[in-house]
Design a protein. Structure first.
Ligand SMILES: Cc1ncc(COP(=O)(O)O)c(C=O)c1O
Length: 376
C-alpha cells in the first residue's frame, strides 16, 4: 500500500529529539525552530513527560468516557488555574479542528442560531464546520461550502458590527493570532469591540487559541493581552507536546446537557497524562515567561537585521519576511545549509514556532545562522 500523496515533504527524517534539537538516524543534529508545527511546547523527549506517559501506558492506556476518569478532573483543575479560567468547564477531544467543530456546535446549540461569523484569511481546521469557517476555497470541498458561514475582513469594526447587528449569528470565531495566514493579529481594540458587540447581540465569542495559546504568545492565551473573556476557547497543538489532544474551555454561562457533545478517544488516559505533564513542566520551568522573554529578544534582534522586511507576532509565534527570498527558498536554505527547521506561511513568510523552552543560546545560534543564510 502507498501513502495517500497529500503532503509536500522535505527529504529528511528526524528519529529522535532532545529539547529544541532533533536528530536524523546518522546522528546529524538540527535546531528546531518549528516545533513540529507549534506542537512541541515543553521540548522533545522531556524526561518528566516521557516518564508520565510511559508510566500511564504501563497502567491503563485507555478506557471510555462511560466511567470516572480522575485524570480528566486533575487536568481540568490544573488548566483552569494555569490559564486564568478556573470557573470555566472543559470538554476534551483529539485535535484542533475537532475542538473548533465542537465550539461552533455548542454556540449553535446554546443560541438556537445557525450562522457563524469568521474572518478573512482565517484557518480553523479541515473538518466540515472548521473548514467552512476557513477562508481558503482551495481546501473546501463542495460538500463543505455553506451559507451559514460569513467572512468579514480582520480588524474591520464596521463590517463586524453590521453583521452581528442582524442577530443571526450563533458565534464569531477568531484566532488569538492568525497563524496559517502568516502571523496577523487582531488589534486589542478590535477584540474589545468584538467582545462588546457579541454581548450586545447575544452572539457567543469563540477564541481559537489552537496555535496562539498555551503560552506561545508570552501570555497563556494571546487574547489575554486585550483583557477580554471569550465565551468559548479552543486549544490543541502544544497542549500535550505531541500526543493528540484538543480542548474546549466553556464559560459557566453555557449549560451542559447530557449527550450534546461526545467522543470515543477524547480525554483518554494517555492524553490526560501527557497534558498534565505539560502543565507541570510549564509551571516548574516558567515556560510562559520564557516564551515572552526569548520571543521579545528574537523579535527585536530580527528587526535590526538588514534585509529583513517585516517581523510580526508575539512571544514565540513569529512571522518574518526577507528581501529577495520566498518563504520556501529561505526555509530550504535554513534547513539544508544551516540545519534549522522553520515553518512557512503563504508565499513570503517564514514562521518561527519553537518549543516554549527555547534557550537564549539557541536563539543566538538561530540569529547567527539566519544572518549567514540571507547574506550567502
Ligand atoms: C488556528 C488553528 N486552528 C485550528 C487548527 C487545526 O488543528 P488540527 O490540525 O489539530 O486539526 C490549526 C492547525 O494548524 C490552527 O493553526
Amino acid at each position: 500500500m502507498e501513502l495517500f500523496d497529500v503532503y509536500s515533504l522535505y527529504d529528511i527524517e528526524p528519529v529522535s529529539g532532545k529539547g529544541s534539537h532533533v536528530f536524523t538516524a546518522d546522528g546529524t543534529e538540527y535546531l528546531d525552530l518549528y516545533g513540529g508545527h507549534a506542537v512541541i511546547s515543553i521540548g522533545h523527549a522531556h524526561p518528566k513527560y516521557v516518564k508520565a506517559v510511559s508510566d500511564q501506558v504501563g497502567r491503563l492506556g485507555f478506557y471510555s468516557n462511560s466511567v470516572q476518569n480522575s485524570l480528566q478532573k486533575r487536568l481540568a483543575e490544573k488548566l483552569g488555574k494555569a490559564s486564568g479560567y478556573p470557573d470555566y468547564s472543559l470538554f476534551l477531544c483529539n485535535s484542533g479542528a475537532e475542538a473548533n467543530e465542537n465550539a461552533m456546535k455548542l454556540a449553535s446549540f446554546t443560541t438556537g442560531r445557525s450562522k457563524i461569523l469568521a474572518f478573512g484569511k482565517a484557518f480553523h481546521g479541515r473538518t466540515s464546520g472548521a473548514v467552512a469557517a476557513t477562508d481558503n476555497p482551495n481546501i473546501q470541498a463542495p460538500f463543505n461550502r455553506t451559507e451559514n458561514v460569513v467572512f468579514v475582513p480582520l480588524n474591520d469594526s464596521e463590517a463586524m458590527r453590521k453583521a452581528l447587528a442582524t442577530k443571526e449569528f450563533a458565534g464569531v470565531i477568531i484566532e488569538g493570532i492568525q497563524g496559517v495566514s502568516g502571523i496577523h493579529e487582531p488589534t486589542e481594540e478590535f477584540l474589545r469591540e468584538l467582545s462588546e458587540e457579541c454581548k450586545k447581540t447575544g452572539t457567543l465569542l469563540i477564541l481559537d487559541e489552537i496555535q496562539s495559546g498555551y503560552g506561545r504568545s508570552g501570555k497563556f492565551f494571546a487574547h489575554q493581552y486585550s483583557g477580554i473573556r471569550p465565551d468559548i476557547i479552543t486549544c490543541a497543538k502544544g497542549i500535550a507536546n505531541g500526543f493528540p489532544c484538543g480542548a474546549v474551555l466553556i464559560s459557566p454561562e453555557i449549560p451542559a446537557k447530557k449527550g450534546m457533545l461526545g467522543t470515543t478517544f477524547g480525554g483518554n488516559h494517555l492524553a490526560c497524562a501527557a497534558a498534565i505533564a505539560v502543565l507541570d513542566v510549564m509551571e516548574e520551568e516558567n515556560l510562559v515567561e520564557n516564551a515572552a522573554e526569548v520571543g521579545e529578544y528574537l523579535i527585536s534582534e530580527l528587526r535590526k537585521i538588514p534585509g529583513v522586511k517585516d517581523v510580526r507576532g508575539r512571544g514565540l509565534m513569529i512571522g518574518l519576511e526577507v528581501e529577495g527570498f520566498t518563504g520556501s527558498d529561505l526555509r530550504k536554505r535554513l534547513l539544508f545549509d544551516h540545519h534549522i527547521f522553520t515553518g512557512g506561511a503563504g508565499q513570503y513568510t517564514v514562521r518561527l514556532l519553537p518549543a516554549l523552552s527555547l534557550s537564549k543560546e539557541d536563539a543566538d545560534r538561530f540569529l547567527t545562522e539566519f544572518k549567514k543564510a540571507i547574506t550567502a
